[in-house]
Design a binder for this molecule. Structure first.
Ligand code: ATP
Ligand code: K
Ligand code: MG
Length: 732
């Protein structure tokens, strides 16, 4: 027996109650540098390099001449030591040649610093505007007697400074107020303006219970009121972390960068040995060389170009992510994104639109539809998930069923939904002492529950759920156990829609050699239907949080790099285990803590762009390393003949560039070596063009373009410089 339909208007606001979405014009701190969602043209513009930045960053470049800063970069440190040696030599034996070389060696170091300073400078501007968003607010903290679930009408609040809030404090935030700290919504639904953080002016819904409960301090509530459980301490908020991040304060070298630095250092040592042994040979040949010439030879041989640009390339990669509203907590994650083999995506909300809503009640033969709707609604009254709320709303909409009044169900024991049990419901004790247990949930779990009490499940139950699942919907079985015995009443049809254009994104990923796997807690039939429609390579159904974690470790054991997106607390362990874990900004704090990237737009398909940016970072570094090493070859052809033609006139044959004189040849090589750094700063910051293709093709293309380019360009450049400076007295 079920209680009569209660008669009270539902008080809870539904997501539809939010104000209509404003046109998506980006504004706010990141907007200037950030593309509107999906606006690639704007993104391209944001990545453009403005020569003014070179001038603005010049003072910072000079500041980086401090030995403590220089010693971090072995290649540049050697150039700086060389510059000191030639400067001393110029002072002791003044000559135009020695002075010119000294000046250009110093310029080489400054240009390298400039590359890094320009890259960092872009972040500083963003940090400034974020700081402005971090205003001091007064919070309304709920007094100790408030517990989750207590009616807010009886809540008492006290005013405290936002900076005094502690984790686990509850704060009440109403329309028009600023959320004082990061946290999770534990009561209510509200439309929130997050433009202070995301630059996106369209309001977003934040609600308790589901996977959209995360709120960020500094954002504004537009409608309704919510209770937020604080999760961050003052000074350690999301905004604080974001500022440190864009400023590059927390930037650390990635393992790949360290490895490359070691390689460059080793090359430098080899060339130092070469140059040191050149002197006795030159002596023997009767072509004794000055310190200046030897230093010049060394500097042209060592990989100064990549040594100068390496750090800027890394910073620019992080910056490109920020422009797309993604915050990477480590450079390592960005690199890993470039090498990802497997992409794990959630079904609900990632591949589908995510508002999995009750669309119909389907009663079993012999069951009254109203009876089913009533039971479904009762079982969902305390179910704060979007699915649970949509069941209550559907029952209210189509059958006029209303929630019971406060106190009417005081004898109820609510059973919360969990991803492990896949069920939710209620145990009710009526006035006459009779007890009803109502459950709704995944078919397998509810059938199991009914059978455990000795109930019989008619074949129709399975038939109904299977046909809903085969259409891509999610069936929830509703069952009761009361004096009438344990039995299934019928099915709730939850509907969800596959996102438009998602199939094309998966095709693109396949071209990049990346395998996509959809993971869902849903049944295999629904999973298969959605997987087919969306075009993913594989799927895992009825996945528990442990299954997700196990899938990731299994892939990783095979040597693969795994990326995943997630928003729920139950995604947290998997997000932490994945090589690239992208948490949605809307997600729970647990998810955001666990991942190594946060997407402010909460757009799970952003992962595809993240992979592209990672790949672009790796390719840019590879291309410029290739360029750097090959472009030193030409300089060798400029300097060696210049050093020895006096002793061995036959070596003039090596002077293939037909340079004017030994001094002009050496000077031209050094000037080119310095100028190429400045010339490549825009490319290092923008990144080389990326076309989705296999790694093999990319490698071939890059070797051809940057290897050959690196070989040929200096011949032209040095010749040109030689033509100009040969007119300078003292060099010609
Ligand atoms: N509020 C609810 N009450 C009862 N059962 C539910 C509820 N929400 C979902 N279920 C059942 O539990 C199953 C698992 O749902 P869950 O939301 O955990 O999936 P998930 O792991 O998040 O997968 P997805 O990526 O599709 O969201 C669903 O297929 C559904 O059958
Ligand atoms: K060099
Ligand atoms: Mg879910």
């Amino acid at each position: 027996m079920l209680p009569p339909a209660p008669h009270q208007a539902p008080h809870r606001p539904t997501p539809e109650a939010a104000p209509p979405a404003a046109p998506r014009t980006p504004r706010g701190p990141l907007a200037r540098l950030r593309p509107g969602t999906g606006n690639r043209r704007r993104a391209a513009r944001a990545g453009l390099f403005d020569p003014k930045q070179l001038v603005q960053s010049f003072p910072d470049a000079l500041r980086k001449l401090h030995p403590r800063a220089l010693v971090k970069n072995p290649v540049l440190f050697v150039v700086a030591v060389g510059a000191v040696l030639t400067t001393v030599s110029a002072v002791l034996h003044p000559a135009v040649f020695t002075w010119v070389i000294s000046v250009w060696l110093w310029l080489t170091v400054i240009f390298a610093n400039l590359a890094e300073a320009v890259a960092e400078g872009r972040g500083k501007a963003q940090a400034e505007s974020l700081r402005r968003a971090r205003t001091a607010t007064v919070a309304r903290r709920l007094r100790n007697n408030w517990r989750v679930g207590t009616d807010l009408r009886y809540a008492e609040t006290e005013a405290v400074a936002a900076t005094d809030l502690q984790p686990f404090d509850f704060v009440l935030v109403e329309a028009g107020e600023t959320i004082p700290a990061d946290g999770d919504v534990v009561d209510g639904v509200a439309a929130v303006d997050e433009s202070a953080v995301t630059g996106e002016s369209a309001p977003v819904i934040r609600e308790s219970g589901g996977d959209r409960s995360g709120v960020t301090g500094g954002t504004t509530v537009l409608s309704d009121r919510i209770v937020v459980r604080v999760t961050s301490r003052s000074g350690h908020s999301f905004l604080d972390r974001m500022i440190a991040l864009v400023e590059g304060a927390s930037r650390q070298r990635t393992p790949n960068e360290i490895a490359l630095h070691i390689l460059l250092a080793a090359l430098t040592i080899v060339f130092i040995l070469v140059v040191v042994t050149v002197q006795p040979m030159a002596d023997y040949a009767g072509a004794d060389q000055s310190t200046t010439v030897l230093v010049a030879l060394l500097v042209t041989l060592i990989p100064t170009t990549i040594g100068a640009l390496l750090s800027a390339i890394g910073i620019a990669g992080m910056d490109r992510l920020v422009q797309r509203n993604v915050l990477a907590m480590s450079g390592r994650a960005v690199e890993a994104a470039g090498d990802v083999n497997t992409l794990l995506l959630d079904k609900t909300g990632t591949i589908t639109l995510g508002n999995r809503e009750a669309a119909a009640f389907v009663p079993l033969p012999g069951v009254d539809e109203l009876h089913l709707a009533d039971a479904a609604q009762l079982s969902s009254l305390a179910d704060e998930t979007p699915e649970g709320r949509s069941v209550v709303a559907l029952a209210a909409r189509t059958y006029g069923l209303r929630e019971p009044a406060e106190g009417e169900l005081s004898q109820a024991r609510w059973v919360e939904f969990s991803a492990r049990t896949r069920m939710s419901g209620v145990d009710l004790r009526w006035g006459n002492g009779e007890v009803s247990h109502i459950r709704k949930g995944a078919a397998a779990q509810v059938i199991d529950w009914v059978q455990r009490y000795g109930g019989h499940v008619p074949a129709e139950a399975r038939r109904f759920t299977d046909s809903i699942a085969a259409s891509g919907g999610t069936p929830l079985l509703v069952a009761v156990h009361d004096p009438g015995g344990p039995r299934v009443l019928g099915v709730i049809h939850l509907k969800d829609v596959v996102k438009e254009g998602i199939r094309e994104r998966f095709d693109e990923l396949r071209r990049m050699g990346i395998r996509t796997v959809m993971i869902t807690g849903d049944n295999p039939l629904t999973a298969r239907a959605i997987a087919r429609e969306a075009g993913v390579d594989d799927y895992l159904a009825e996945a528990t949080p442990e299954d997700k974690l196990a899938l990731i470790t299994r892939e990783q054991e095979g040597g693969k790099l795994v990326a995943m997106t997630g928003d729920g607390t139950n995604d947290a362990p998997a997000l932490a285990q994945a090589d690239v874990g992208v948490a949605m900004n809307t997600g729970t704090s647990a998810a955001k803590e666990a991942g190594n990237m946060v997407d402010l737009d909460s757009n799970p398909t952003k992962l595809i762009e993240i992979v592209e940016i990672g790949k672009q970072l790796l390719i840019t570094r590879g291309a410029l390393t290739t360029f750097s090493i090959t472009n030193d070859v030409a300089k060798y052809f400029a300097i060696i003949p210049a050093m020895f033609t006096g002793a061995y006139p036959g070596l003039a044959a090596l002077n293939i560039m037909d340079l004017h004189s030994p001094t002009s040849a050496i000077t031209s090589a050094i000037i080119f070596n310095a100028l190429i750094i400045v010339g490549l700063i825009p490319l290092a910051l923008r990144g080389v063009r990326y076309i989705p293709t296999t790694a093999h093709d990319l490698l071939r293309r890059n070797l051809a373009c940057y290897g050959l380019g690196g070989l040929v360009l200096p011949f032209l450049g040095i010749k040109l410089i030689d033509l100009v400076i040969s007119t300078v007295p003292g060099l010609g």
